[in-house]
Design a protein around this ligand. Structure first.
Ligand SMILES: [Zn+2]
Length: 325
C-alpha cells in the first residue's frame, strides 16, 4: 500500500472502532455458491511468499537489484505455469521511472470465443520500500504483508486458472512495480492499455492479506460504495467474504493502490481487497513486516475463498459487477 502519511503510531493505539455498520448487514448471501474442488496448497503459498519476502531481495525497491530478482522469480513462475506473456515478453517497461523498472504481465486467454475479448485484471504490487538509510540491526523492509502477500495470492489464482481453464473471459495477471513510488507501474500500464482499446470488465487488486482480521467477514474492499462488487463476491462465494470497513472510507484507501489508476482510466469497477484493518498488524512500512509474522493458513484460506468469486467473474454471461449510480 502506498505510504499513508497520516498513519502515525497513535492510530494503532486508538480505541477499537464502533460495532458493525448497516452496510455490513446489507450484504446478501446466495444459497447456491459455485463449488470449486481445486485446492490451494499451503506449502506452495508458504514457499512463494518466503522467497519474495526474503532478505536476498532487499525490500524490492523499484529500480534496485533486489526487485530485479523478484521480477525474474515472477517471470519464472508464470512460465512454469504455462501463462503467456501479454506483451512480447513478461516485462512491461515503466514509461514514468528513470532507471529500468518493469511490471510483470501475463495473460490467460478465455475459453469462450466472444467473452474472451473481455478482460478481468487480477493484480498486486511486487515492489516495496527497500532498505533503511540509517544504521540499525535490521535494515531490510521485507514487505511480506505489503504486498508480497497479495502477489502470492494472485499467483496462486493464476495457477488455478491456468490449470483448470475455467475462465471464459481472458484474465490479465499483473504484478506492478512502482506502487510505493506513487502508483507508477499502474499509471504507466493503463496508458498503454487505453491505446490498445483494452476491453476491461473489472479489476481485483489484492493488498496486504497476510494476517486475518477479527471480524465477521474475511476481507474488505476499498471504495465499498462505488460498485456492487462486495455484494456480488458474497453472492458468488455464498459467504460473508467481503464486508465494509469504515476505516477504508475514512482513509480513502480506494485512491491509495493500483486499482485507482485503472478506475481513472476505464471508469469500471476496479477495487482492492485487503485484510489489513489498522488493528491487526503493527508493522506497516516497518522492517518487521517479515515472513515470520505472516499467517500462511489465512493467506491460503483467503485465496481459496476467493476462487469461486473470481471464477464467476470470469464466466458470468453478462457483466454483473457494475458501478453504483
Ligand atoms: Zn506500502
Amino acid at each position: 500500500m502506498r505510504k499513508l502519511y497520516f498513519l502515525l503510531p497513535v492510530i494503532f493505539l486508538a480505541c477499537k472502532s464502533g460495532t458493525s455498520t448497516t452496510k455490513e448487514n446489507e450484504v446478501k448471501i446466495n444459497a447456491k455458491p459455485l463449488e470449486i474442488s481445486y485446492k490451494v496448497r499451503e506449502n506452495e503459498i508458504s514457499d512463494f511468499l518466503k522467497y519474495l519476502s526474503s532478505d536476498e531481495l532487499e525490500g524490492r525497491e523499484t529500480g534496485t537489484k533486489g526487485i530485479e530478482k523478484a521480477a525474474v522469480f515472477l517471470e519464472d513462475f508464470l512460465k512454469k505455469n504455462k501463462i503467456k506473456p501479454y506483451f512480447k515478453t513478461y516485462r512491461d517497461t515503466l514509461t514514468n521511472f528513470e532507471s529500468p523498472a518493469f511490471n510483470i504481465v501475463g495473460v490467460i486467454e478465455g475459453t469462450d470465443p466472444q467473452l474472451k475479448k473481455e478482460f478481468v485484471v487480477l493484480s498486486a504490487h511486487y515492489d516495496h520500500i527497500g532498505l533503511e538509510k540509517k544504521e540499525q540491526a535490521d535494515k531490510i523492509n521485507n514487505g511480506a504483508n505489503d504486498d508480497a502477500s497479495g502477489v502470492t495470492s494472485v499467483a496462486a489464482m493464476a495457477k488455478y486458472f491456468s490449470e483448470t481453464k475455467s475462465n471464459k473471459r481472458s484474465i490479465l495477471i499483473v504484478f506492478f512495480a512502482g506502487e510505493e513510488k506513487g502508483l507508477l507501474g499502474s499509471k504507466s500500464l493503463v496508458e498503454k492499455l487505453k491505446k490498445q482499446n483494452f476491453n476491461l470488465y473489472t479489476q481485483l487488486n489484492i493488498e496486504m492479506i497476510g494476517v486475518p482480521m477479527k471480524r465477521d467477514y474475511l476481507a474488505y474492499i476499498t471504495g465499498f460504495d462505488k460498485s456492487n462488487m462486495a455484494q456480488k463476491i458474497n453472492e458468488y462465494t455464498g459467504k460473508k467474504t467481503i464486508g465494509f470497513l469504515p476505516k477504508e472510507a475514512e482513509y480513502q484507501l480506494f485512491y491509495r493502490s493500483d486499482n485507482y489508476s485503472f478506475f481513472q482510466a476505464f471508469g469500471k469497477p476496479c477495487q482492492s481487497v485487503s485484510t489489513f484493518d489498522f488493528e491487526n498488524f503493527d508493522f506497516y512500512h516497518h522492517v518487521s513486516d517479515e515472513f515470520k509474522v505472516m499467517d500462511i493458513p489465512h493467506i491460503t484460506a483467503f485465496t481459496q475463498e476467493l476462487l469461486p468469486a473470481v471464477t464467476k467473474i470470469a464466466v458470468s454471461p453478462t457483466q454483473e459487477i457494475t458501478m453504483n449510480k
